[in-house]
Design a protein around this ligand. Structure first.
Ligand SMILES: [Zn+2]
Length: 87
């Protein structure tokens, strides 16, 4: 799997979410791994999903416009959009 991009956001539940994008050259498919840091319980919840090429490329393009993707406090339009990445 090739790592393509990542972004850290605060999700609608107020938890920190780290979203990574991968490409599998064998199956020519795109995948995300979403790690949510559950503030209330101090648990890490991870899920891995296959997503469409269209969604993957659109969101990676969005992330590339952000000056500091892994800064959850970033105030750029992408971070402020409330967009749910990686699903
Ligand atoms: Zn940003």
């Amino acid at each position: 799997m090739t790592h393509l991009a990542s972004i850290t956001v605060i999700n609608s539940a107020g938890n920190e979410e780290y979203i990574e994008y991968f490409y599998n050259p064998d199956t020519k498919t795109y995948h995300t791994r979403i790690t949510e840091d559950i503030f209330m319980t101090y648990e890490l919840f991870t899920e891995e999903l296959e997503i469409s090429e269209e969604t993957a490329l659109k969101e990676i393009a969005m992330i590339k416009t952000c000056p500091d993707p892994d800064n959850k406090m970033c105030q750029c339009p992408v971070h402020r959009s409330g967009h749910r990445f990686g699903i």
